[in-house]
Design a protein around this ligand. Structure first.
Ligand code: PEP
Ligand code: MG
Length: 585
């Protein structure tokens, strides 16, 4: 049966393919594709973890004290039976051998399928066995991760055989795959960057959550905030992602498929048309030159930036080098190599490296949210995290300074608000230089800039101008903190508004102050890559935009059609409007 799920449009385009579900588990699970020659090894990993759990349960049963509640051995019997169930084992083998999922992903995928079969059972007792199956899989996963396993709670009164159906799955290796998940951390997204997905959908997330940002940089259609999509969609369902409208269509009819196939081809044609602008200088009708820079997450993104004619990198989100490494942070050499690779990848064009910005919705590891803190967006994030660990920060600063000996490098500091943070940061930059002098290592000159992404920073822009060579406006956070809207929370996504008069006022005043002082200013938040806002930002005096490479040509098209002088008057009217959105087309 065809049905549609509405979410938030985060990355444009249409994707048509089969759903791949990334099941959520209480144990943190890695998802990646393996090579064909690793299939046997992955199957063996699951088997040996399963055998270890069987052994462990047998040990528990043998050592069970006489006065133990009778439910406990019965429960363990159920677990033993589930562990030896062939449907589970065969399904796991299928995901590993036919789809090349890693062992943990295969286990959680099969759990998801069998758990749904339990859900559909009429017998209440059998339905309740789902919880046992989840516990058993969790024990296997914990074994595979080397985590301690725990004795399950005695929640059942008797054991029984579970009725399970066989999975009928065709071989779909050549069909485009669409990822459907409850949530994905930015670190997960990075892993998927090298893989095959034609699009993705998550239940949670806002338009400018970092997961959405990475999706946009992948240039694949994506919808976030699709509420319970991961529960309604089943493995292998045919789905269409309409990334422009923010809709997921499940099990489409042939007519709907044909219509979206047509839309997909139209979008491809439009994209091809835009590529003709690649070498055209970004100059307005009245001769104003505009700098179009790229936002990148990894040095490997540099060719994509050059490919669309970016004149440099305006934001290298260095934190992506730090993520998903189970706490082992990159050392100075590794960072130096990465920065150098971005610098050489950009072939002499400037590269702005932002110091690490972890925290909030960018946890270091795969845990999606830092639940230990009530309000992580207001917590130890970005420069606060760096200043809390000067030795880690100095390592990064030395690596950046050394890369600057090989090309034009700018250093950008995220989330500053206080003067003492600014002074501490700049003192550490000096200290890093001194350390390199002492070691006799070469380093180059850098311009140091600050991000304006906290309202307090925008309101004290004059102070920032006294300390920094340039400013870069991080509108994603500036909007989040001005409007008190968690950028990653789909429940308040409708209130996340780049055109709120307060946001526009802070952006406009920051640009005006920089222009008045002859200091460089750019916007590197998602506003810069939204072609519907290009004219407004031009009118406010912005001449440097930094965005995903995928957006550069569409924004350039707007610039080529714009008359900056005329837009200046109009933007002042927009600034004064109660509802500026009514004036933006
Ligand atoms: C921003 O906040 O606008 C920004 C560019 O930084 P990030 O999205 O990485 O927080
Ligand atoms: Mg930010």
């Amino acid at each position: 049966m065809t049905f549609a799920i509405h979410g938030l449009a985060v990355a444009r385009g249409i994707a048509i393919g089969r759903a791949v579900l990334v099941a959520s588990s209480r144990v943190d699970v890695a998802h990646y594709f393996i090579e064909a020659d690793q299939v046997e090894r992955e199957i063996a990993r699951v088997a040996s973890a399963r055998d270890a759990v069987v052994e462990e349960i047998n040990r528990l049963l043998q050592g069970m004290p006489k006065d133990a509640p009778p439910e406990l051995p019965a429960l363990l019997d159920v677990h033993l039976m589930l562990l030896q169930d062939e449907t589970m084992a065969d399904g796991v083998k299928h995901w590993i051998a036919d789809r090349l999922y890693n062992a943990e992903w295969a286990l959680t995928s099969q759990l998801d399928i069998v758990a749904r079969q339990f859900d559909e059972m009429d017998d209440v007792y059998l339905r309740e066995r789902k919880g046992d199956l989840e516990q058993v899989v969790e024990r296997i996963l914990r074994h595979m991760k080397g985590l301690p396993t725990t004795v399950p709670h005695p929640t059942v009164k008797r054991s029984s055989g579970a009725r399970q159906q066989d999975l009928l799955l065709e071989d779909i290796q050549d069909v485009p795959l669409v990822l459907v998940a409850h949530d994905l951390s930015p670190a997960d997204m990075l892993q998927f960057k090298q893989s095959v997905f034609a699009g993705f959908v998550t239940d949670v997330g806002g338009k400018t959550s970092h997961t959405a940002i990475v999706a946009r940089s992948l240039d694949i259609p994506a919808v976030v905030g699709a509420r319970n999509a991961s529960q309604l969609v089943r493995q292998d369902d045919w789905v269409i992602i309409d990334g422009d409208a923010g809709i997921l269509i499940v099990d489409p009819t042939p007519i709907i498929l044909a219509e979206y196939g047509f839309k997909q081809r139209q979008a491809e044609l439009e994209r091809e048309r835009l590529t003709r602008l690649r070498h055209t200088p970004a100059v307005t009708l009245d001769g104003q030159r505009v700098e179009l820079l790229a936002n990148i997450e990894m040095p490997e993104d540099a060719p994509a930036a050059l490919g669309v004619g970016a004149v440099g990198v305006g934001l290298f989100r260095s934190e992506f080098l730090f993520m998903g490494r189970e706490g082992a942070l990159p050392d100075e050499e590794e960072q130096f190599e990465a920065y150098l690779s971005a610098v050489s990848g950009m072939k002499g064009l400037p590269v702005t490296i932002r110091t690490v910005d972890v925290g909030a919705d960018k946890p270091l590891d795969r845990h999606v949210r830092d639940e230990a803190h009530l309000n992580p967006a207001l917590g130890l994030r970005a420069i606060r995290w760096s200043l809390a660990d000067p030795s880690m920060f100095l390592t990064q600063l030395r690596a950046v300074l050394r890369a600057a000996a090989h090309g034009q490098v700018h250093l950008l500091i995220p989330m500053l608000a206080h003067e003492r943070e600014i002074r501490q940061t700049l003192a550490l930059v000096d200290q890093a230089r001194l350390q390199l002098d002492n070691r006799g290592l070469p380093y180059g000159p850098i311009q140091v800039g600050a991000m304006i992404e906290i309202p307090a920073a925008a309101l004290s822009v004059q102070m920032f101008l006294r300390y920094f060579d340039f400013l870069s406006i991080g509108t994603n956070d500036l909007i989040q903190y001005t409007l008190a809207i968690d950028r990653a929370d789909e429940q308040v996504a409708h209130l996340y508004d780049p055109l709120h008069p307060a946001v526009l006022r802070l952006v406009a005043d920051t640009i005006a102050a920089c222009v008045a002082h002859g200091k460089g200013v750019s916007v590197c938040g998602e506003m810069a890559g939204d072609p519907s806002l290009t004219r407004l930002l031009l009118g406010l005096g912005l001449r440097s935009f930094s965005m995903h490479p995928t957006q550069i040509l569409a924004v350039k098209q707007e610039i080529l059609r714009a008359d900056a002088a005329r837009l200046a008057d109009w933007s002042q009217q927009v600034l004064r409007a109660d509802d500026p959105s009514l004036m933006i087309h």
